[in-house]
Design a protein around this ligand. Sequence first.
Ligand code: WT7
Length: 629
Amino acid sequence: MTEQNELFAPSREITEKALIKDYDTLYRRSIEEREAFWAEEAGKLGWYKKWDRVLDSSQKPFYKWFTGGKINIVHNAIDRHVATWRRNKLALIWEGEPGESRTYSYHALNREVCKFANILKSMGVKKGEIVTIYMPQIPELPIAMLACAKLGAAHSVVFGGFSVDALSARIRDANSRVVITADGGFRRGKVVDLKGTVNEALKDAPTVEVCIVIRRTGHAVTMESDRDFWFHELMGLPIATSKCETEVMDAEDPLFILYTSGTTGSPKGLVHTHGGYAVYTSSTMRNVFDLREEDRYWCTADPGWITGHSYLVYGPLINGATLVMYEGAPNHPYPNRWWQMVEKYGVSILYTSPTAIRGLMRFGEQWPRRHDLSCLRLLGSVGEPINPEAWRWYHRVIGGGRCPIMDTWWQTETGGFVITPLPITPLKPGSATKPYFGHEPAIVDDDGNELAPGQEGHLVLKAPWPGMARTILGDPERFRKTYWSAYEKQGWYKAGDSGRKDKDGYFWIIGRTDDVIKVSGHRLGTAEIESALVSHQDVAEAAVIGVPHEVKGQAIHCFVILKHRKVGSRELEEELKAHVSRQVGALARPEKIDFMDALPKTRSGKIMRRVLKARALGQDVGDISTLEE
Ligand code: WT7
């Protein structure tokens, strides 16, 4: 990617109304007096009891924030609002793929969350346990998350596109006793049979005693008596009253677990907390999206990913915003579905991914042109680097040339935005621009030396922040090793991304440096796909790489050695693709499978993915002196 000299300065309109008008001064202060800055941000929330210490670094890298403080994120996301005029403000506008819509005021959201929480309570759900949620994008999903948090139980949302095995592994890891699901969801006009997947997964998840099922599609599903309960039946019981106390939590108590892919096969359950996470998501949401009372904010992410947690559910609700949520595919029934949504609900802030923009761009400008998108004020992008071409299209066609694009770089681990513009930041297409307050990112070499402008290196974060993941569930050592061991001496967080910083201090993220690939913005580990492949009876060995893809950003390319006497064929390729989809989830379906006689390995037996990648891209394979013949 060539450095862009193109600069998009903010309009007068934006600058005059912006919440933050002077980035440099506030940024400097946030670094010089980091704790004071975060204390001020924390002070904007409701606490049952104020913290004793802002930051406790005594057990780093296991940082603690706002210790001694008592809080519940739901107190901030709901309780505080229903005590004010916001009680009657819309909290959620939802549209299902078939076209029906539902709205919830903060009052209604509170009622539904309380009722759901009372049901969970009657099932014995308590502070400290982890409830697994596997649902389509319907209002009951955020309601279920909030109901768990209200009771002090941590939620573990598993994206509805994940397979039986992926789901059962996550339930087992979390030791969940209760699973919340739906009969199914709608996607591209078809029913996705979630309950069928749950039934299979539960065969391998012995800790589960209760499964609550929301009726969404109405298709026939198998319910097991004494374990499975229909949500609508429970909601009709006298125990489901609309009053429920919010549990008082320690700031450091876990709010949720979210699994993400890493270098090895087993997914990591990252742990986020009530206090720091609430402070961080609300602060970043307010300042970066320049949130105003009258905004209608739409984040297209599924709550099954961190973007949905932080910027569909918690960040917006803590700020008392009105959020828009949509269940289905962007191009169903026609490629104007999203633009229709923006116009219909008067969306003023749209937050989505480069892959979605590229996908919709392909259908042509005529689709958005049919709609009045003048309600939009601000746009956002997340998940992977946005290519300048998609950036310009998003800016010109969707934003009408007047909406700044917030290209937000962050990760499941960071809880919220780390490198991001503010509306007043002059923008360079393809750059996530500058650090958010309190952050000191840097581009360094293997030894931690800071690199000169324009040079590519590892992205590190030098200072802790309140929204950071606290640990990996059940494996603190893996947490330390994965993120904090590379620059242990310096005490820096290694993001696992490479990037450059230009002479103006703008960051340009290039991509992952580990064995993680991003397919349509979804994070997948090559090891997960490889182990799915070798679980097939005909496969002896497998290696997986990500290759550039016009719409998806990256696509999955597999290299497979078959077992003795098996021969590769088109049929077997299709069978293996279907096998991976079944094992991991449809999002992991490989683009291409090559049958090989051997894989390039080092003398110690490590597969050289770099060589495979260079070959697949028709590039020079570089130094192969360590290659075993
Ligand atoms: C990885 C984290 C954070 C929410 C969604 C993804 C890539 C994310 C950007 C961006 C360039 C980006 C990085 C990062 N990434 N946002 N604006 N520009 N790259 O969360 O699934 O944990 O993935 O996504 O490679 O490490 P995630």
